[in-house]
Design a protein around this ligand. Structure first.
Ligand SMILES: Oc1cc(O)c2c(c1)O[C@H](c1ccc(O)c(O)c1)[C@@H](O)[C@H]2O
Ligand code: AKG
Ligand code: FE2
Length: 398
């Protein structure tokens, strides 16, 4: 298996054709440092909102301080579908230790990392991998990254044999981080529930509650999965992407980085905005599962990862998602009093398979959230009124 790290280290000056993105995808593509400088210096250019959730008091959700947090998170989730979250309660030394552990794994020689290689074609997504042409989008282009992907939380569901044994602190540090993110996910889901005008426990219950006989309510676990993205230096960053434009399938995603820029999101005007480094915050995305439960009030944000010439970028992404089969994802009934459902019910697995694994025949029919240029071309089509259930076709492959 050709790893992007090996390609990058070979010192090539032009990237192989399978990494060159088609012209229509290159708008706003470039060295992440140049894009970051352009995006941050443009006067009045909109930036991803920063929200501080420290003042939210779950015991007093109607207090003025809690209501202010609910309002800020709600506005960010509606208008952007992404925010920098401050006051998240995860200790900075734990975050530093997590960064050290993940970086320690990627510092191993490639042949040592290969012991953890995954095999997506055989259905083994967990492990060390690189996107193959063919699994990386209709055009078969590859992404300029290697990654490590595994279940993170709850611990009973994680197979530690698939977690790196080196560095030795990887397992304890990453496990503790998973526990803290799980608490943060619950807190944010409570805030986001209140933002929809429903009781604080609504979203988390709906993401965990086994569908079926209401008499026998069984709560399954909310699952956390970790993907560490390793983006090597790239000699032609204006032609490549680290991660192509997509929305996350999760309910929420949590992102930390090594401080190197690269994350871009589409704002409500359809323009690419490069995320700033906001020290002490986590970037939090609304994913497809939350977009569906909120009947589209919260936006599953379209985003991508850029690469650059000078520095390796590493990002840690935690996907918080419902169990694959036991929960039916559908708009909260509480929201359907005077609005029609915009999504058809589906399990998370059905959603994932349609979108990521492309196993479903309906995939070919499925429309996707498009990056700005492609979206512009289809503006006329998109401006047609939506009929109930059609909105589901908006969500994209990942
Ligand atoms: O259950 C999931 C949830 C996710 O959020 C993702 C997932 C599975 O698989 C994606 C993935 C991982 C590795 C590969 O080789 C893929 O082709 C897809 C992952 O990106 C993530 O979205
Ligand atoms: O690297 C990033 O900042 C984003 C990565 C991403 O979107 C993903 O792994 O789903
Ligand atoms: Fe993503």
């Amino acid at each position: 298996m050709a790893r992007v790290e090996a390609l990058s280290m070979s010192g090539l000056s032009a990237i192989p054709a399978e990494y060159v993105r088609p012209q229509e995808e290159r708008q706003g593509l470039g060295d992440a440092y140049d894009e970051a400088a352009a995006s941050w210096s443009a006067a009045g250019s909109p930036q991803i909102p920063v929200v501080d959730v420290a003042a939210f008091d779950a015991a007093h959700p109607a207090s003025p301080a809690s209501l202010a947090v609910v309002g800020a998170v709600r506005a960010a989730a509606e208008e952007w579908g992404v925010m920098h979250v401050a006051g998240h309660g995860i200790p900075e030394d734990l975050i530093d230790a997590l960064r050290g552990a993940g970086t320690g794994f990627f510092r191993l020689p490639i042949e040592d990392k290969e012991a953890y290689a995954n095999d997506p074609a055989a259905g083994r997504l967990e492990g060390y991998g690189s996107r193959l042409a063919g699994s990386a989008g209709e055009d078969g282009k590859r992404e300029w990254e290697d990654y490590l992907f595994h279940m993170l939380h709850p611990d009973a569901r994680a197979d530690h044999a698939l977690w790196p044994a080196h560095p030795p602190e990887y397992v304890p540090v990453t496990k503790t981080f998973g526990e803290r993110v799980s608490e943060l996910a619950s807190r944010l889901l409570a805030i986001l529930s209140l933002g929809l005008g429903v009781p604080a426990d609504t979203l988390e219950r709906r993401l965990r509650l086994t569908s079926g006989d209401a008499e026998v309510e069984v709560e399954d676990d909310l699952l956390l999965k970790l993907k560490i993205n390793y983006y090597p230096r790239c000699p032609q960053p204006e032609l490549a992407v680290g991660v192509e434009a997509h929305t996350d399938v999760s309910a929420l995603s949590f992102i930390l980085t090594n401080g190197v820029p690269g994350l871009q999101v589409v704002n409500s005007d359809g323009a690419w905005v490069t995320a700033r480094d906001e020290p002490g915050t986590l970037v939090v995305h609304v994913g497809d599962a939350l977009e569906i439960l909120s009947n589209g009030r919260y936006t599953s944000v379209l985003h991508r990862g850029l690469v650059n010439r000078q520095a390796v970028r590493v990002s840690w992404v935690v996907f918080a998602e419902p169990p694959p089969d036991s929960v039916l994802l559908r708009p909260l009934p509480e929201l359907l009093v005077d609005e029609p459902p915009r999504f058809e019910p589906r399990t998370f697995r059905q959603h994932l398979e349609r979108k990521v694994l492309k196993k479903n025949d309906a995939q070919e029919e499925e429309e996707v959230k498009k990056p700005p240029v492609a979206a512009q071309e289809e503006e006329e089509e998109a401006s047609k009124p939506l009929v109930a259930g059609e909105e589901e076709h908006k969500v994209l492959k990942e």
